[in-house]
Ligand binder design. Structure first.
Ligand SMILES: NC(=O)c1ccc[n+]([C@@H]2O[C@H](COP(=O)([O-])OP(=O)(O)OC[C@H]3O[C@@H](n4cnc5c(N)ncnc54)[C@H](OP(=O)(O)O)[C@@H]3O)[C@@H](O)[C@H]2O)c1
Length: 242
């Protein structure tokens, strides 16, 4: 399959979990993929074994790291065709336990770094470029204990609408994929009790797989979605839809 043939893609948080699945799927569709993470290739040596995935160590929360990544791709490729912003964190904190540190770290990665990633890519993205943000259905359903996380993802949904409008004249599309509970390391950090409770709330009766989220990201990144911008695709087994 070559739906992303010769496309230069940057997946921020693209080495493990959902981002790793996105990087693999994009590479299998013909893209050259730059995948960032704090640990770089070290966490997933199999990933970089695929010749078209280049793992880069970079902390998305650190703007200097982000600028270094853009500069490397500018020098090596001269452009970015597809940006996926996937790095995000989710921690349990009901209202009475929200600390300033929890708030700043969650907004710092899930919102602040996302804003500067999108801002930074604009001058190396040409007409036809696509931006795919990874949100969450947590922005819609008010999960107890995840208020700050849900608010960050609501911000991502909102930015998607604004940037779709602002970047349309440049020929750049912006969309968001909002997963429901998905079987990754992030989910593994919750208790079995939480995971069972979540699964029981999903009409399709199970958690999603990272490759199922990657399939939606591929659609939005490719020309198959050429008339879609500002939109959200939920990949949640129906959890927030019915
Ligand atoms: N899993 C779910 O149920 C679920 C549901 C809805 C939405 N989401 C969203 O989907 C996205 C990915 O979640 P996931 O479950 O795949 O998470 P994950 O298993 O924790 O993987 C996150 C990936 O991002 C990288 N990363 C984390 N912090 C980073 C940073 N500061 N800079 C650069 N890379 C960073 C991690 O690598 P390093 O550790 O090496 O940095 C890892 O490769 C997040 O935005 C999350 O909010 C997940």
């Amino acid at each position: 399959m070559t739906r992303l043939a010769n496309k230069i893609s940057l997946v921020i948080g693209g080495v493990g979990g959902i981002g790793g699945a996105v990087s693999q799927r994009f590479a299998s569709e013909g893209a050259q993929v730059y995948a960032t993470s704090r640990k770089g290739a070290e966490s997933q040596p199999d990933l970089t074994g695929m010749g078209s995935i280049h793992a880069i160590q970079a902390d998305a929360s650190n703007n200097a790291d982000l600028q270094r990544v853009f500069e490397q791709i500018r020098l090596e490729q001269g452009r970015i065709d597809v940006l996926v912003v996937n790095a995000g964190l989710s921690e349990y904190a009901p209202l009475d336990e929200i600390s300033e540190d929890h708030f700043d770290r969650t907004f710092g990665l899930n919102v602040r770094s996302l804003v500067f990633a999108v801002q930074g890519v604009i001058d190396i993205m040409q007409p036809g470029g696509t931006i795919v943000l990874i949100g969450s259905i947590a922005s819609d359903i008010g999960t107890r204990g995840y208020g700050v996380y849900g608010a960050t993802k609501a911000a991502v949904r909102s930015f998607t609408r604004t940037w779709a409008n602002e970047l349309a004249p440049k020929g750049i599309r912006v969309n968001v994929v909002s997963p429901g509970p998905t079987d990754t390391a992030m989910m593994a950090r919750t208790s079995q009790e939480v995971r069972d409770a979540l699964s029981s709330m999903i009409p399709l009766g199970r958690m999603g797989r990272p490759d199922e989220v990657a399939a939606a990201a591929l659609f939005l990144a490719s020309d198959e979605s050429s008339f879609t911008t500002g939109a959200e695709i939920a990949v949640d087994g129906g959890m927030a839809q019915v």
